[in-house]
Write a protein that binds this ligand. Structure first.
Ligand SMILES: [Zn+2]
Length: 414
């Protein structure tokens, strides 16, 4: 039985990026997520010691990006959904390609990417497993992106590791619900910030803005994360009637989503959208996209991918606009654009004349939702992680639970 639990963050305790958490209990070591920050140069967590098991909450790079480096420690089972492992594999190959193009030291090799892909053991939401000599592990849908999981360890004490989660329904996935636990280890990406509007109002405002841009003869560039946000935006735009082109890694991810339809709220609507949208497969396609109305493209944080090519062509056009749809991590190009109206084009920082606006189509619980979720779990202790603003969240939680905010490399007993 579990009576002693110790955790230590290897990264990502106090920022949104390169998350990794070690849990030691009952003589066994487990690693929860092993991410990378896709900045330039990439941010990596502390080296992971050999562990008995790995749990991967979801495919986003800040949770999965360093998984191939685990090969250094021999074979280890990695529990995640089959969709998470398939998307992670795609992202690992892309991370290696970007490191090579940018001239940064590769965090792992192609051989390791292939090897780690054989370590995955697929699990599904709502599934319960007995792993090793340990108590029960239960997996829950995290409502963040298709295939995302929260992991519950049920012994003398119940511990829940949320990864990233969302309590609100989106077009792609249904929101999650609180899980009763004693120790809640939760993300706080949106600590201090509530989502400003109801989703329907935000969607209407977004579509109205696009009509305004197209109406004045401009084009709209929509940088979006390849995993989940691109597909969500495509679904939002499905009935608006624009001429839309879709470019970048999001196309491959959409195909993987369609191959794993049980993780989607409504596979039929995504299928329909993908059949009706124009896909860019060549330079000729990129030219056609530039003559269209709306370009949906990766990368979401604008540090690479086709978006920079499109922005390079349109940066001086005041009639055009770039509408950001995701969280802008500190140190990324999209943060530079929002804060200074400048972009780093392949090493040269230039002004951007077109309109810049941010629409908060988040896949994360907002501040108030984080608090309601935590309250609903009835924990004795809450560990806040993966947040640039933990104190403000902690202030609102101390009246119903003890709240801990460990730093990276600090070991705490729970
Ligand atoms: Zn995520």
């Amino acid at each position: 039985m579990i009576d002693d639990m110790r955790i230590r963050f290897l990264g990502g305790s106090d920022k949104v990026g390169s998350l990794a958490m070690l849990l030691e209990t009952d003589g066994q070591k487990m690693l929860f997520d092993y991410g990378i920050t896709p900045s330039k140069p990439p941010g990596i967590p502390l080296p992971a010691p050999p562990v008995d098991f790995v749990f991967l909450s979801h495919a986003h790079l800040d949770h999965s990006g360093m998984i191939p480096a685990l090969c250094d420690n021999g074979t280890v089972p990695i529990f995640s959904t089959d969709l998470t492992s398939a998307i992670s594999h795609l992202l690992h190959k892309d991370t290696l390609k970007i490191a090579e193009t940018d001239g940064y030291a590769s965090p792992y090799t192609n051989t390791e990417i292939k090897k780690v892909n054989t370590f995955f053991e697929p699990v599904t939401p709502k599934e319960t497993r007995n792993i090793g000599s340990m108590c029960e592990i239960q997996f829950h849908d995290a409502g963040h992106i298709p295939g995302s999981l929260m992991i519950e360890i049920a012994g003398a004490k119940r511990l829940l590791f949320t990864g990233d989660f969302n309590t609100m329904d989106t077009h792609l996935v249904k929101g999650t619900k609180p899980v009763a636990c004693d120790i809640l280890i939760m993300e706080g990406t949106y600590a201090g910030r509530d989502h400003p509007k109801k989703r329907e109002e935000l969607e209407k405002e977004f579509i109205d803005k696009l009509h305004e841009i197209v109406g004045r003869g401009g084009k709209a560039i929509l940088p979006a994360f390849a995993v989940s946000r691109s597909q969500e935006i495509a679904l939002i735009l499905s009935k608006a009637g624009f001429n839309i082109w879709f470019d970048g890694m999001g196309i491959k991810v959409s195909k993987l989503f369609l191959k794993h339809p049980h993780y989607l709220k409504d596979v039929g609507s995504l299928k329909k959208v993908m059949n009706n949208i124009n896909l860019v497969h060549s330079d000729h396609g990129r030219k056609l996209a530039l003559e269209s109305e709306v370009i949906l493209t990766s990368s979401g944080m604008m540090d690479g991918g086709p978006v920079l090519n499109y922005m390079n062509k349109l940066k001086n056009d005041q009639k055009s606009a770039v509408l950001l749809t995701g969280y802008q991590v500190e140190g990324t190009n999209s943060r530079l654009l929002v804060e200074q109206k400048k972009l780093n084009f392949y090493g040269v920082i230039e002004d951007v004349a077109c309109e810049v606006q941010y629409f908060d189509f988040s896949g994360h619980a907002g501040h108030s939702d984080l608090i309601s979720f935590a309250k609903g779990c009835h924990p004795e202790k809450i560990v806040i992680m993966h947040s640039e603003n933990r104190e403000i969240l902690a202030e609102s939680m101390t009246d119903f639970s003890e709240v801990l905010m460990p730093h990276n490399d600090q070991q705490i007993s729970l």
